[in-house]
Design a binder for this molecule. Structure first.
Ligand code: ZN
Length: 405
């Protein structure tokens, strides 16, 4: 009798466990995603007519979002988070940078983050990602690239993944005839996902990655993070990685880099670099943001600084705060070196989502920026850098050698 009761209780406990895991699988990831990525409650109003008209004509490029971290179908319109293809099209965003985050320490903070307790272990597990991603940053990067490739294939032409100069040219030509389409390109924040293997730069390039930031929130084998413990410069391995990236026409992204990594990288690069998502210390002085000297050094490469839309980047939660950061950057380095780096879906609260991007055009107009200046900031500057840095299709087939040791 007792055995039967125990057996019954065991079965009940097992069923309960299955129910809890099933609930966690279906409910938890969405709950975490919406709690971390939403809009500021005070929403901007209707778009004024002149702003709406100008915005429709723009080629808008945003350098950075983390949409691939959340298991949502990017082809389906959603009200959760910030980015999906229907919202990019509704907001007239022509080109969106989709960046893979591949390891996130639990104590993540902008001043001193230790590389401990990776929250992506439970997040990948509960989102039902393949088992090889549960503990491998490299596998996570490849999986996220795969999500976008699949979306492009399944989109029926509504969404393209840009990998070459020719892809970008063909897309621009197609979009001038059919504006209701969108495109993306792949980036990575934190080359800890190379797992110490230089050859993996090529593997990630083959997977479509075209922009890479050496570090994310913690110091790694490539160099120190702005938010790391030691914040050291580029390592010898890191210098080889940068050299190989440039040989493969991968854009160097200095978001999250320590000041020493910024200096060391700028001393060796030959192409324009970007900072894909950042704030600037002028209007918003914290450890996440760039000094005026750093802005000048980045602009000197011909590159672009992508201004973020969230509170830590711009010290405010409205469109005016983003406009103030753009104003400061343009005043320091000129209008040709300012772009957008929303950090949508990057555990951020922003004043508008991809569908509401016209709000920024309205804010810039209201602040007195000219139409020509707005075109540059909203996308033409980044397009210029991508045209210069994207590989020609011929390079994809060529065997680019590893840098000499
Ligand atoms: Zn980031």
């Amino acid at each position: 009798m007792l055995r039967r009761v125990l057996k019954g209780a065991g079965v009940l406990a097992a069923m309960l466990l299955v129910a809890v895991v099933a609930l966690a699988y279906t409910w938890l990831p969405g709950k975490v995603m919406t709690s971390m990525n939403h809009l500021h409650p005070a929403q901007p109003g209707e778009l004024p007519g002149d702003a709406a008209e100008l915005h429709r004509e723009l080629f808008v490029v945003d350098l950075h979002c983390d949409a691939t971290l959340w298991s949502r179908d990017v082809l389906a319109e959603d009200t959760r988070g910030h980015v999906d293809i229907p919202r990019l099209i509704a907001g007239n965003v022509a080109l969106q940078g989709f960046t893979a985050a591949t390891r996130i320490p639990r104590s993540m903070n902008i001043d001193r983050t230790e590389n401990k307790w990776d929250v992506l272990v439970p997040l990948t597990f509960f989102q039902g990602w393949p088992a090889n991603t549960w503990n491998s940053p490299h596998a996570r990067a490849l999986y996220q690239a795969g999500l976008l490739h699949k979306a492009a294939t399944a989109s029926g032409g509504r969404f393209r993944l840009i990998r070459t100069q020719e892809d970008l040219e063909a897309y621009e030509a197609a979009r001038s005839k059919t504006p209701k389409i969108a495109a993306g390109f792949l980036g990575i924040e934190g080359l800890h996902c190379l797992e110490g293997d230089l050859e993996k730069v090529r593997v990630l390039f083959d997977a479509g990655y075209r922009m890479m930031a050496p570090t994310h929130f913690f110091d790694n084998l490539i160099g120190g993070s702005a938010h790391g413990v030691e914040k050291y410069g580029l390592t010898e391995f890191g210098a080889a990685v940068i050299e190989f990236m440039e040989a493969l026409n991968i854009t160097v992204d200095l978001a999250h880099a320590s000041p020493k990594v910024i200096d060391d990288t700028l001393a060796m690069v030959t192409r324009p670099v970007v900072v894909s998502h950042t704030g600037v210390r002028g209007p918003c002085d914290n450890n996440r943001n760039l000094t005026d000297d750093q802005l000048r050094a980045i602009a000197a490469t011909g590159g672009v600084i992508g201004i973020g839309f969230w509170d830590t980047a711009v010290c405010g939660d409205d469109v005016a705060a983003i406009v103030a950061a753009i104003r400061h950057t343009a005043d320091v380095v000129g209008i040709d070196h300012v772009g957008l780096g929303s950090d949508w879906d990057g555990a951020t609260v922003t004043p508008f989502d991809a569908a509401g991007t016209g709000q920024l055009t309205a804010g810039l107009l209201a602040a007195g920026f000219s139409e020509a200046e707005i075109r540059k900031v909203m996308g033409e500057n980044v397009r210029r850098v991508l045209r210069a840095n994207l590989p020609p299709a011929a390079l994809i087939a060529a065997e680019v050698p590893l840098p000499a040791a």
